[in-house]
Structure formats: C-alpha cells, structure tokens
Design a protein around this ligand. Structure first.
Ligand SMILES: Nc1ncnc2c1ncn2[C@@H]1O[C@H](COP(=O)(O)OP(=O)(O)OP(=O)(O)O)[C@@H](O)[C@H]1O
Ligand SMILES: [Mg+2]
Length: 794
C-alpha cells in the first residue's frame, strides 16, 4: 500500500489554493519557477487522493512528450504507478491522434480510415512539392518550404483552402491557397494527415458531433493544460470545447485548469497568441485567477538579470516575482575569440566546476543555444575533453542525416570504391534508383568483382536492368566523375558547396520547412568546419577533414533513439545540449547560453520585425530562467553565420542586464588602429578563477597570450561587456618588432606537447603570427600564437 504523501505540505498559500480549487475554471498566471507545473501535478494527485476522482477522468496536456513523461513519473511517485497509468497525459497532438483513431468512423467521409499515417515535416514538404508540380507552378518561384509554412499558418488559424483564398491579400497567398487545396487532396489520397490536421480534425469532430463531444466531456472531466501561453487557436478551441464541461453544467463552468506565463510565449510562429488569456476569461466567466509570486528555482541575481531583459518588451503585463534564495552569484559573461573557442571555454569550465566539486553531476549542467547547428562546435570540444553529453530534441551533429549524406559524397569522391557511401547517397536526393535497381547493380558488381561505382561503367552489358534504371545509374556516375574533376580546382569548402548544388541536395534541403531542424543550416555549419582546411591542397584537405570528423563523430558516439536522444546515455550522467525552445519548462543548477551575439540571439531573421524581436527577448528570458544557481552567457566575437565568417556584436540582451549583476571574465577585446576588427588579445582570470584548467597554457596560448601577460589591465566587475572595443587598452608595454611569417598551410610541424600536426592556416595579427594546426588524434585542431608556442618544422 502506498504511503500517503501530504500533497499540500510543500506548497505556499496561493499554490494550495490552486490545488484545492478543484471545481470550475482556474487560470494560473505566473512567472518562471513559481511552481505552475508542480501545482498541476499536485492538483492531479490531490483530485485522486482527496476527492476520490477516478484517475481515468483526468487529462493533462503538456507541451512536449518529455514533459509528459516527467509529469507521469512525478505522479507515479505521488499516488502510485497503477493510478498514474490510467490518466491521460500527453501533448495536444498525441491526445488528438488517440481520439481520431478511436473515432475513425467519423473520418471515413473525409477519405481517412483508422490506420491513417501522420506525416513528418519532411514528408509534408515533399507533398507540397508534388502539389506545386501538379499545378504546373515553378518550384523556384514558389519555394515548397515557404508555401508549406503559409499552409501551416492558415491551418493554425483554422482556415481551409477556400477561406485562405478569400483572405489572401497577396498573389503569393492566393497561390499558396491553391497549393493548399491540392496538398489536402494528396494527403487524403494517401490516407495521411499532417500535425496541424490532428488538431483541426479533432476540433471539427467535436464541434460537429455533440454526442461525441459529450462523451469526451464526461470522460475527461478534469482538464489541465501546462504552458497555456503557447497554445494556438485550434488548441485553444479544443480546450474550450472540452472545458465547457458536461451539458448539465452551467456554461463556461467546466473543471479546466490552465497555467501559463505570457512572458514565456515563444511559439507565435506556430500560432500562439497573447489573446488566449483574454479569450479564456471571456469564455469562462467563472474563472478563478490565481497569481503565484514566489520563485523557488533561481537566485535573485538570475531573476533580476532575466527581468532586465524581458522588461524591455512593450506588450506585457508586469508580474511580481521574488525568491527566498538570496542574491547568489553574478551572471558570468565570457567573450571567446571564435565559436570553436566558445565551445572550448564551455568544456573547460564544465571540467573546472566538476573538478572543484561546485557541481556534483554532469546532468546538473545544460548548454543552450538558439539553433541546432550551434551544437556542432560544442560537441567537438566535449568529445575532445571526454565530457559525456546528450543532445535533446535533435541528433548529435555528425549523426544528422544531412551531415552523414554530405560526408558520404565526400568519401565517395575521395574513394569511389567506398560502397557504403555509394549506397547511402546514390538516391539522395531521389534519382529513381530504388532498392531493386541497387540490388541488380550489386549482383553485377559481384560478377565483375568490382565496386558498385566501377560496375556502372559496364552496366550496359548487364541484361538484368532496364534502360531507365541504367540511365539513372549512369547519371549518378557522371555527377560523381564531374565532381571528382573539380577536386583539384576547388578549395574544400567550395567543393562541399558544389556537391550540394550539383547534386540537387542543397535545393532539397532548403525546401525543408521545419524551423527547429534547420537542415540546410547544418550543412552550412559543416562548410564552416571545412573553411579551416581551405588553404590546404584539396585532396589532403579531404583526408584531414574526414579524419577529424571520424574523430569527433565516430567511435564513441552512441546509438540514438527515435526521438533523437541517446538511448544508452539517457540514464548516464551527461551534460545536456538543448535549444532554447526545447528547454522551456526545464531547470538546471548550471546553465550556459552560448551565442549571445547579435544575429544568433536575437536571431538574424528577427531583426527586422519588432514583434519577432520581442519573441527573441522572451526566448532569452526562458533561457535565463532555466538556471537555478549559476548562469553563464557566452559569445564568440568571430562567428560564421550562414557559412561566412563575420565579426559579431554583443547581443543587445546582455546590455539589458543591470550592470551590477554581470561579471565579465576572459578575453579583452580591442580596436586595433583604424581597423574595425575586434580582436582577442589577452586572457586574464579573476583570482577565484586562478585554479583554472588552462594551466597547461593550451588555452591561453591558443588565444594569444595567456596568464603570463601580466600587464593585462584588470577590469572591475562593473565594466560593461563590449566596452573594450571602444576603449583600446595597451597590450604590451614593449614595442613589437614586426616579424615575418614562418609557416605555410600544409607544412608538417611538431609541438613539444601536442605532437605532430599539419599547419592549416597562418596569419599575422599586429606583428604576431598565429597558426592553426591540426594535431594527430584526440588533440585535434588548435590555434596557437607563435609568440608562445614553439613549433618545429618537420
Ligand atoms: N512550494 C514550493 N516549495 C519548494 N519548492 C517548490 C515549491 N513550488 C515549486 N517548487 C520547485 O520550484 C521549481 C520550479 O517549479 P516549476 O517547474 O513547477 O515552476 P514553473 O512555474 O512551472 O516554471 P516554468 O514557467 O519555467 O515552467 C521546481 O523545482 C519545483 O519543485
Ligand atoms: Mg512549468
């Protein structure tokens, strides 16, 4: 028998009120960390334990599957596994999919049956493409991803093709409405629905069939919704239909409890709207509004820093939020020279926190970023530093499909006999080389005792394949031959670009719509990695590049599960890498947010629109407020955005943090002469950072000087980030005598500690030669200043 836990003991007064107000509509509006999710969980347990509500009558809607899992686990601990099992806990999409399968008979007139499939975003875009073709529209003029986005937005506003056409103000919208119609037809023809359909169809089903609605109203008579601020219109309507309660109740008096925080609304691009709260109060006039003001998660410094950022938004209601945790530490701000060193800093700092016992478990640490492609630089450094990590919401960078595909192209160019790579990409993008053709080609290669690629040369002699299949194969072979022909002329990054363009794969990836899995962004990030090899002869560059990739993406990576999280590391102690969007609702003792620069956060796409900027601000707010005791804001002064290296500016959000709450550590930036280029010159650690792991001088030398540069001006904790770029400080007291460049890309060198390597790049900066070297094995790439590093030519 499960011991009864006092469900109210650990709650403050308004939280108790929220838990015990079990009848009628309840709206909880409160800031991050104030216990909204905890209140929902305890309320559900309370309903079962005290009010003897049957668990089957309880529905809880969460924003992600992960959140649903966590809530279920919490409830298992509070009221036992068997009771928790009977409850419905899931995302809107999951719940709707279940309803639709049960009520599949109602879908028959629409051309759907019980075994309908739910298309993922890639498949949805493919279907949009097909619809565009069917309408004889030019795919170049009407990008499938853009049209797909417009259709999805229309669906989120609950418009069908006709309504979309009626409301169209621009020609492109008219076109999209036409595509929408064909797209829906194609969906139904293949007995398929997209994500938006799940919501719309359920809403329609309930609205048009009162008897069905009533069944669910009686079944799920206690409704809970977490992250209410991010509901879109169909989701809101589902809440309203269900929440109105059974027909024998007074209108608008159902047992519906929604919790949210308008400052954390980060999905307006999916149709979330600030109207929700107003609508709710209008639709449910009996609503009891409960405010929670105590934050139990973060220190006051973290809260104040976060509020400094979100307070700049115009369209918001001020909320009170305080914590009993005390001021805590300042927020730490660090500027790295480039994104590689940004990752290096995070990795070293994590090691330092663990070594000093400041953090016990790696799972207490999360590193957050704006876009998935940003995980690459971090992953590379974590692998080098042997820090176990898991990527949430996406696969590890080198396991992402588009990256594996691009690398397979490169491998095949380097080695045409690489059958594994051949098989991976012979039909990527689709060239009509199906499994059957491939099977026949394998047979032919078997009889000829050669690789698949070589077998194509003689494929005309093989009777087992038709002309169309042979032509498809020959077309592919020609593509690879042509690309091989350009190896000598093109630097590695350009070669990657040519592969993407000539193969048509780039076009296909750009057509992909999903914001959160920006596949083309990942390919550009791969190209960025290749930039480091641009100055080396391409055949050697390919070899080094693939070697480096094998090192960071190879042996020690673990299999991933369906949802992209690591299976075998799921329960092991690892650091979490996660996008800001996916981090909503979560909390960690230590949070690093990387990419705190203009263009990354706020994202470059948002800079033109005040509304989108406000959303970026809320996103930063969500990120900051995930931290319990330590928050690091990290940025790179030089970053490659969309494949090009640029000097960046500190994120405007950093400047919104009250000065006394921010402590800058690390590199001083400087204006050199008339050049506008900001350069990293000096490293200096505050006293408390003296036990830093950079003792080995590896990092210091890498940035240019290291702790030996005792003349570095020490700055106070009140210095504002970015200020350095306008107030140059002396670097060295002695004058430098200009030296000439000693190393060239491609040269082999030896370093006392790092061993043998190859020079990738050499550049002079203010009289100092900086080289980038790829060392063998785990050491990998390093940027060294020749003022300090001793390199011997081999
Ligand atoms: N009364 C309380 N006493 C002790 N700890 C509490 C109390 N209320 C909440 N907490 C703790 O505070 C943390 C934040 O709570 P919770 O995640 O429920 O906040 P939230 O309002 O849902 O935040 P977010 O808006 O970020 O989703 C959790 O660790 C939770 O267990
Ligand atoms: Mg929450």
């Amino acid at each position: 028998m499960l011991e009864q836990i006092d469900l109210l003991a650990g709650l403050n007064q308004p939280q108790r009120q929220a838990v015990t107000t079990t009848q009628g509509p309840v709206l909880i509006l409160a800031g991050p960390g104030s216990g909204k999710t905890r209140v929902i969980t305890h309320r559900i347990a309370y309903l079962v334990q005290h009010e003897k509500v049957l668990p089957g009558h309880i529905l809880a809607v969460t924003f992600t599957n992960k959140a649903a899992r966590e809530m279920r686990e919490r409830l298992e601990r509070l009221i036992g596994i068997s009771a928790a099992k009977e409850m419905s806990i899931g995302t809107f999409h999951a719940i709707c999919a279940r309803v639709l399968r049960v009520e599949a008979d109602y879908l028959l007139p629409l051309g759907l049956n019980r075994s309908f499939v739910i298309l993922d975003t890639d498949d949805q875009v493919t279907l949009v493409k097909q619809a565009i073709k069917e309408l004889n529209l030019d795919e170049k003029l009407y990008r499938p991803s853009a049209i797909h986005g417009m259709i999805s937005r229309a669906k989120n506003e609950m418009q069908g093709p006709e309504q979309m056409a009626e409301q169209a103000r621009k020609y492109s919208e008219e076109v999209a409405a036409r595509v929408y119609k064909v797209y829906q037809k194609l969906l139904r023809q293949s007995n398929a629905v997209d994500f938006d359909d799940l919501l719309m169809l359920t809403e329609q089903l309930w609205r048009r069939n009162p008897e069905v609605l009533e069944k669910y109203q009686r079944h799920w008579c206690y409704l809970h919704v977490d992250e209410f601020q991010d509901c879109n219109l169909p989701q809101y309507k589902l809440i309203r239909l269900l929440g109105l309660g059974t027909p024998d109740r007074q209108k608008g008096a159902g047992n519906v409890c929604v919790v949210g925080d308008d400052d954390q609304m980060i999905y307006t691009w999916r149709g979330a709207s600030a109207e929700n709260v107003l609508r709710f109060e209008r639709d449910f006039p009996a609503t009891k509004v409960i405010l929670l003001e105590q934050n139990y998660r973060s220190t006051q410094s973290i809260l104040d820093a976060a509020q400094g950022v979100v307070r700049q938004n115009r369209l918001r209601k001020e909320k009170r939020l305080w914590t009993a945790k005390g001021a805590g530490e300042q927020v730490i701000f660090y500027e790295a020279f480039n994104d590689e060193m940004e990752g290096q800093f995070v990795a070293h700092e994590i090691q330092r926190l663990l070594a000093r016992g400041e953090v016990k478990h790696r799972s207490d640490i999360a590193v957050m970023y704006r876009t998935n492609a940003q995980s690459r630089a971090l992953e590379e450094q974590f692998l080098r530093a042997n820090i176990p990590y898991k990527v949430i919401g996406s696969r590890k960078f080198y396991e992402r499909k588009e990256i594996k595909d691009m690398l397979a192209y490169l491998r095949l160019l380097a080695n045409p006999d690489d059958d594994l790579s051949f098989e991976r990409i012979v039909n990527v993008p689709n060239r009509k080389v199906g499994p059957k053709t491939l099977g026949e080609l394998r047979k032919w290669a078997g009889t000829q005792q050669c690789s698949l690629f070589v077998a194509i040369r003689t494929i005309d002699q093989y009777p087992g394949l038709g002309a169309a299949a042979k032509n498809a194969l020959k077309g592919f072979a020609k593509l690879i031959e042509d690309l091989r022909g350009s190896i000598e002329d093109l630097p590695l990054p350009d070669l990657l670009e040519r592969i993407a363009e000539r193969s048509g794969y780039g076009h296909e990836l750009r057509a992909n719509a999903e914001e959160e899995l920006d596949r083309w962004g990942n390919v550009l990030e791969l190209k960025r990695v290749a930039e480091d090899y641009a100055e080396i002869e391409t055949p050697v560059a390919i070899e080094l590049f693939l070697e480096n990739v094998a090192l960071v993406g190879g042996a020690d990576t673990v299999q991933t599960g369906d949802n992209g999280t690591l299976v075998s590391e799921e329960n092991s102690d690892s650091v979490t890498l996660i996008t800001l969007h996916a981090a909503k609702g979560l909390e960690y003792p230590v949070v690093f947010i990387v990419g705190m620069d203009e263009g990354s956060l706020p994202h470059s796409r948002s800079l033109q629109s005040p509304e989108q900027l406000e959303e970026e601000r809320r996103l930063a707010y969500v990120g900051f407020t995930r931290a319990m005791s330590k928050l690091y804001l990290v940025r790179a002064k030089r970053r490659s955005l969309w494949g090009e290296t640029q000097y960046t500016e500190t994120s405007r959000f950093v400047y919104d943090i009250p000065e006394h709450l921010l402590k800058q550590i690390g590199v001083v930036s400087q204006n050199i002469g008339s050049s506008r280029m900001t350069k990293a010159r000096q490293v200096e650690w505050d006293n408390e950072y003296n036990q830093d792991p950079f003792d080995d001088q590896d990092f210091g030398a890498a940035i240019g000087s290291g702790r030996r540069a005792t003349t570095t001006p020490k700055w106070s904790s009140t210095t504002r980030p970015g200020q350095f770029s306008s107030t140059p400080k002396p670097v060295r007291q002695e004058e430098r005598t200009p030296k000439s460049q000693q190393f060239k890309p491609g040269e082999r060198v030896r370093h006392d500690k790092f061993g043998e390597g190859i020079i990738l790049k050499s550049e002079m900066e203010s009289g100092t030669e900086f080289v980038e070297v790829q060392f063998q094995g785990k050491i990998g790439k390093k940027r060294l200043s020749l003022d300090f590093a001793r390199l011997q030519k081999l």
